[in-house]
Ligand binder design. Structure first.
Ligand code: NIG
Ligand code: FE
Length: 425
């Protein structure tokens, strides 16, 4: 077969070779490292992965593009499997409030927080929101992210705004090199109109919105903010089960701030992932391990909430829960697109090893999006999504934190980002 693109002389080629499923326990430290590695690509697929030179059956010609991996570390494209990519406005005014001791849930309760982004998102046009989200997607790509999940949830009872957000995610998936996977999350806050009667809003989500989202194929997942003062465990269960009955896979914002039983709920319902889990109970963690629910951890959110509390990632891995990592990019609890910073936080604060971190940010992130057969590792037949890091080894990427180590990003077999063409990122 002919190679269109070859990356060779790679000092450290991290393949993540292994089963096409989320990796657990010690598997999370088996990264399939090849020294002096080489990868060949035809079209948008990987056709060879090995050491040294190409074998004779891989043809090259004058059109084959060669990239030099000397001094570099190459990994699968990073997967950011939890973001609130499409939204209007920003909330920098909350920083001063938080510095003065205001808590995230108090700001929400007082009608700010998510509600202020809801008004900004409702007001913004499709084009405005599209341009803003595209700018963020460009930044994410620059940090080595090749697949992103994007949640709705800033329209709430305004279904047109929810549809607008999911429409933008869909259009970006078509227009932008980064793949965008859409999640329906009208259950993100109780709209002011339904403050005294949340049941009515829940019924609308279940009987009107979910069937329509499924019918129009606007999302792959359904998500709920299961939290004190937002949606109870029972309400979340009803919504997630309604989603499942219409073919929307389940995800849940679980035990982010208060320990409500979100992890247990995720196991009962059969969620693909439970996300946040800062306050997850030991029982919930055990139940997630038994049911194979992925713990999608978001340490940059914990950092930004200034609560000095992070998810018990080590315990989760020891109990056999597969861990993935994401930014949670959103204007309130986590205004950053920087997946590499999240990876450093995961290691420096949550004590994941660099090997566990890269597993969590690639193949386990892919599994959080049910895309583990297609992406998340550098193996023959998988999509040619790679990051070439200007870093001599994996540890260096994690340890030298807060900056961008990306040299080039290859998405679907094409070089779509080159550091040399960007002054800074
Ligand atoms: O994952 N907690 C709920 N949703 C987001 C925050 C959204 C916002 O504050 O706008 C989160 O932290
Ligand atoms: Fe979130």
């Amino acid at each position: 077969m002919k190679a269109d693109l070859v990356v060779k002389n790679i000092d450290n080629l991290i393949t993540l070779k292994g089963p096409s499923r989320a990796r657990t326990k010690e598997e999370m430290r088996e990264i399939g490292l090849i020294k002096n590695g080489i990868v060949a690509i035809n079209g948008d697929k990987i056709i060879y992965v090995g050491e040294g030179e190409l074998p004779a059956d891989i043809e090259i010609d004058e059109n084959t593009l060669f990239l030099d991996g000397k001094g570099k570390t190459v990994t699968p494209g990073l997967v950011d499997s939890h973001t609130h990519l499409v939204h209007g406005g920003s909330r920098e005014h909350e920083l001063a409030m938080k510095l003065n001791g205001a808590k995230y849930l108090d700001i929400l309760e007082a009608g700010g927080g998510i509600h202020s982004t809801v008004s900004a998102t409702r007001k913004a046009s499709f084009d405005e929101l599209y341009r803003k989200a595209k700018k963020s997607l460009d930044i994410m790509l620059g940090y080595g992210v090749t697949t992103v999940e994007a949640k709705s949830g800033y329209g709430l009872d305004d279904f047109d705004t929810e549809i607008k957000q999911m429409g933008i995610a869909k259009k970006l998936d078509e227009d932008h090199p980064v793949d965008v996977v859409s999640t329906f999350m009208a259950a993100h806050a109780i709209p002011s109109k339904y403050k005294d009667n949340p049941k009515e809003f829940i019924n609308i989500i279940i009987s009107e919105m979910i069937p329509e989202v499924a019918k129009r194929n606007l999302a792959k997942f359904c998500d709920v903010f299961c939290e004190k003062g937002v949606f109870t465990v029972e309400e979340s269960k009803k919504i997630l089960e309604a989603g499942l009955s219409h073919g929307l896979l389940a995800k849940v914002h679980a035990d982010e701030i208060e320990s409500l039983g979100g992890a247990e709920l995720a196991a009962e319902v059969g969620c693909v992932s439970a996300d946040h889990l800062v306050a997850a109970s030991d029982k919930g963690i055990k139940m997630m391990a038994e049911k194979g629910v992925i713990a999608n951890l978001l340490p940059a959110t914990s950092f930004n909430l200034q609560a000095n509390k992070f998810a018990k990632a080590r315990k989760m891995i020891e109990e056999g829960v597969a861990v993935s990592l994401s930014t949670d990019y959103n204007p309130g609890s986590c205004p950053t697109e920087n997946m590499q910073l999240v990876m450093s936080f995961a290691s420096i604060i949550m004590k994941l090893t660099p090997e566990e971190v890269i597993t969590a940010a690639t193949i386990n992130g892919a599994a959080s999006l049910k895309l583990e057969e297609k992406i998340g590792s550098i193996e023959i037949g998988k999509k040619a999504d790679l990051v070439i890091f200007d870093a001599p080894n994996l540890n260096y990427i994690i340890y030298h934190f807060g900056i961008n180590h990306t040299d080039k990003v290859v998405k679907n077999g094409k070089v779509v980002f080159e550091k040399s063409k960007h002054i800074s990122c």
